[in-house]
Ligand binder design. Structure first.
Ligand SMILES: C[S@@+](CC[C@H](N)C(=O)[O-])C[C@H]1O[C@@H](n2cnc3c(N)ncnc32)[C@H](O)[C@@H]1O
Ligand code: SF4
Length: 367
C-alpha cells in the first residue's frame, strides 16, 4: 500500500498482544507467559512500525489488547514519543485489567497524558469471574476503579459481558447495580459470543456448557437498556452507553467508517481507501519490519459496494445518528421503516427498538 499524506486527523490503534493468562471465552490475538525481554522486543518493533506512518496526525489514540496494562508505563511513554504530535490527541485510551497494575503505575499513566481508561471488569460476580477464567476478583476490580479515581482519571469506561454461561437475570441486575454505584462516564456490555477454538466453545460442543436461551438474552438486553436509561446513560451504540459528552471518540471512528491506522501484530487499519490487516504471526511481523516493509498480510481496496456495506453495517449501530441511505436503497429502507425496524429523522434512518433486537438481521436485509 502506498502511503499518501492526508490532512485530516486519524485514529491510531496500538495492539498489545500479551495477557497473563488466556480467558476461557476469548479469541482475540494475545499470547501468555511472555518474558519482559519479549515485551521490550515487541515495543521496539511497534515503534518501527509507527515511524512508517510518521506523516500522519492522530486525534485519538487507543492502546488495546491483549492487556496493555502489562506494559510498564515507561514503555507506553516510549511508544507515544514515537508518534509525532501525539500531544494534540484529545483522547488517549488504554485498556487495563484488574490485577495487572499498581496505583503507582496508574499515576504514571496519568502523568504521561493518558486521559481515558477502559477497565476490563467482565462481571462483578465471583462465580462468573471464575467460570470466565479471569485472573482477578471482584475486590480487585473495585480497588482498581477507586485507585483510578484517586489518581484523578475523569473519563473511565467499564467493559462487561452478559449472557455468560448460567448467568441469571438477577446476577445481571446485580452487575448493573454495581456499575451505577461506581458511576463511570461510560460502559460497554457485549453478549457473550461463542468463539471457535476457545475452551468455552469446546465445552459447548461437548455439551458441558450451553448457550443462553434467545428469549432470556433478549430480556437481559432489554433490562440493560432500561436500567442504563434510568441511570442517566445514553445508548449511543448498540452495546455502548455513556454520560453526556463521554462517548468513545476513537470507537466512533470505526462506526462512522472513518480512516484509522492500526499498528501491532494482527492489527487492522483503514487508510487511503484500503482496509488492511497485519500479520498475526509475530516472527513474520518482525521480519517485514526488519525489511522496512509494512507488516500487512491482507489488503482490501474499498470500492463503492464495500464502502456502502461498511457504512450501513457500522453506521446503523450508532443509534442516534444512523445512516443516510444511497438513492438506490431508499425503497428498501422505507420498507424496513414501514415494518417497524427503522425510524426516519430528516434524512437519517436509525434502528427502532424492534430493529435493535434484530440488528444483525436488519443490516443483512439492507445489504
Ligand atoms: C479483547 S478484550 C481486551 C481487554 C482486556 N484484556 C480485558 O480482558 O478486559 C476487550 C473486550 O472484548 C470483550 N470480549 C472478548 N471476548 C469476547 C467474547 N467471546 N464475547 C463477547 N465479548 C468478548 C470483553 O468484554 C473484553 O473486555
Ligand atoms: S479477554 Fe482480555 S485478558 Fe482475557 S484473554 Fe482476552 S484479551 Fe486477554
Amino acid at each position: 500500500m502506498l502511503l499518501n499524506k492526508i490532512e485530516k486527523k486519524l485514529g491510531l490503534y496500538i495492539h498489545i498482544p500479551f495477557c497473563l493468562k488466556k480467558c476461557n471465552y476469548c479469541d482475540f490475538l494475545s499470547f501468555s507467559n511472555i518474558s519482559n525481554q519479549k515485551i521490550q522486543e515487541y515495543v521496539k518493533y511497534l515503534c518501527e512500525e509507527i515511524k512508517i506512518y510518521s506523516e500522519y496526525s492522530y486525534d485519538t489514540i487507543y492502546f488495546g489488547g491483549g492487556t496493555p496494562s502489562l506494559l510498564n508505563p515507561k514503555l507506553i511513554e516510549k511508544i507515544l514519543l514515537e508518534i509525532k504530535n501525539w500531544k494534540i490527541a484529545k483522547e488517549i485510551t488504554i485498556e487495563i485489567n484488574p490485577g495487572t497494575i499498581s496505583i503507582k503505575e496508574l499515576e504514571a499513566l496519568k502523568e504521561i497524558g493518558i486521559n481515558r481508561l477502559s477497565i476490563g471488569i467482565q462481571s462483578f460476580d465471583p462465580t462468573t469471574l471464575e467460570v470466565l477464567g479471569r485472573i482477578h476478583t471482584r475486590e480487585k476490580s473495585l480497588e482498581l476503579y477507586h485507585s483510578a479515581r484517586e489518581v484523578g482519571f475523569k473519563n473511565i469506561s467499564l467493559d462487561l459481558m452478559f449472557a455468560t454461561p448460567g448467568q441469571t437475570k438477577e446476577e445481571l441486575e446485580n452487575d448493573l447495580k454495581e456499575i451505577f454505584k461506581l458511576n463511570p462516564e461510560h460502559f460497554s456490555i457485549y453478549s457473550l459470543s461463542w468463539e471457535k477454538g476457545t475452551p468455552f466453545y469446546k465445552k459447548l460442543l461437548a455439551g458441558e456448557l450451553s448457550e443462553t436461551d434467545e428469549e432470556l438474552e433478549s430480556e437481559m438486553f432489554e433490562m440493560i437498556i432500561l436500567k442504563a436509561k434510568e441511570n442517566g446513560y445514553t445508548q449511543y451504540e448498540v452495546s455502548n452507553f455513556s454520560k453526556k459528552g463521554y462517548e468513545s471518540e476513537h470507537n466512533k471512528k470505526y462506526w462512522k467508517n472513518s480512516e484509522y491506522v492500526g499498528v501491532g501484530v494482527g492489527a487492522s487499519g483503514y487508510l487511503n481507501g484500503v482496509r488492511y490487516k497485519n500479520s498475526e504471526i509475530i516472527e513474520e511481523y518482525y521480519k517485514k519490519l526488519d525489511l522496512l516493509e509494512l507488516p500487512m498480510f491482507e489488503e482490501e481496496i474499498q470500492n463503492e459496494k464495500t464502502i456502502k456495506e461498511y457504512y450501513y453495517m457500522m453506521g446503523l449501530r450508532l443509534l442516534e445518528e444512523g445512516v443516510i441511505p444511497y438513492v438506490e436503497d431508499e425503497e428498501k429502507f422505507e420498507k424496513m421503516r414501514e415494518q417497524g425496524f427503522l425510524n426516519k429523522k430528516n434524512k437519517n434512518y436509525t434502528l427502532t427498538k424492534k430493529g435493535l433486537f434484530l440488528a444483525n438481521d436488519v443490516i443483512i436485509e439492507l445489504l
